[in-house]
Write a protein that binds this ligand. Structure first.
Ligand code: NAP
Length: 268
């Protein structure tokens, strides 16, 4: 796909834009590309503050939809509200949740909420938006935010790692299926990013900002938006992550899981 994704003056929907990577992706789209943004998450106050900031600082249009993407009815409503009297050109599926601990201790309802948020809502909305873009002949794009945990199995984040393996595999396969339509699918595969996600799980005590290839949300979003604009089908940001991704193709997965277990094993 040769033509770059043009976001200027067009609407991009960004999920999970109340904190971390999603906020910075929305900011970059507005500030660096003059794009309008429609942001989605549960915390309305944060979404409204971000919209106000983007309108006043960058002169773009910005709006929000409050939704819990672990709830199927909210997922359907996001599509209906987003496309009501508004032309959506691009969508970034960034919302995600994780946990840190033994798989056997992960509560069933916590697992189901994670599966719904990370996987089910993304499949539902990506198929709805892909059909919408193709029917309208819009040469837009979708970006799915995955993780290095999709490439290397991560013990003590086993189920999260599984959800992200789904995202990468699904996104790469979908990209091939829709290539002829002119709508691009980008799978973004970051390693550690210093965000609330790490604070919430306690992982920020293990992986400190600036160490082990950890990125700030600003750094990660710059990579993500560039990959999106250039319609990259799979993008791993940063030299360390790229080296690990290459090594993951050559080394046995069992060995990788064993090494990763040592990094992630919680204190007894
Ligand atoms: N941080 C990392 O080290 C890292 C590494 C690789 C990949 N990633 C991926 O990057 C993405 C962004 O993560 P982050 O690090 O920026 O985390 P974050 O700061 O915790 O942000 C997560 C975002 O997802 C939203 N979200 C979570 N559950 C939701 C739900 N049920 N419904 C609607 N929105 C929901 C949150 O908003 P509300 O709480 O307001 O709903 C928030 O805006 C995720 O997909 C994550 O898996 C992160």
């Amino acid at each position: 796909m040769s033509q770059k994704l043009e976001l200027r003056g067009k609407w991009t929907l960004v999920t999970g834009a109340s904190s971390g990577l999603g906020v910075e992706i929305a900011r970059s789209i507005a500030r660096d590309h003059g794009g309008n943004v429609l942001v989605v998450a549960r915390r309305r106050d944060r979404l409204e503050a971000l919209c106000e900031e983007l309108r006043s600082r960058h002169g773009v249009q910005a709006a929000c939809i409050t939704a819990d993407l672990s709830r199927p009815e909210d997922v359907e409503r996001v599509f209906t509200e987003a496309t009501h009297e508004r032309d959506i050109h691009a969508v970034v599926f960034n919302a995600g949740v994780t946990y840190w601990g033994e798989a056997l201790k992960l509560g069933w309802s916590e697992f189901q909420a994670m599966l719904n948020t990370n996987v089910t809502s993304m499949v539902r909305l990506s198929t709805l938006f892909m059909s919408y873009l193709v029917e309208r002949g819009t040469k837009g794009g979708l970006m799915l935010v995955s993780s290095m945990a999709s490439i290397i199995p991560v013990p003590y984040q086993a189920a999260y790692s599984g959800t992200k393996a789904f995202v990468t595999s699904y996104g790469q396969a979908l990209a091939q299926e829709v290539r002829h339509t002119g709508v691009s699918v980008t799978v973004f595969v970051p390693g550690g990013i210093s965000t609330e996600m790490l604070d919430r799980t306690g992982l920020s005590n293990r992986f400190k900002a600036g160490e082990l290839g950890m990125m700030t949300a600003e750094q990660a979003s710059a990579h993500a938006v560039r990959a999106f604009i250039h319609r990259r089908e799979l993008y791993v940001p940063g030299l360390l992550n790229q080296t690990l991704a290459l090594a993951a193709r050559m080394l046995p997965r069992g060995f990788l899981a064993q090494r990763t277990a040592a990094l992630y094993r919680p204190e007894p």
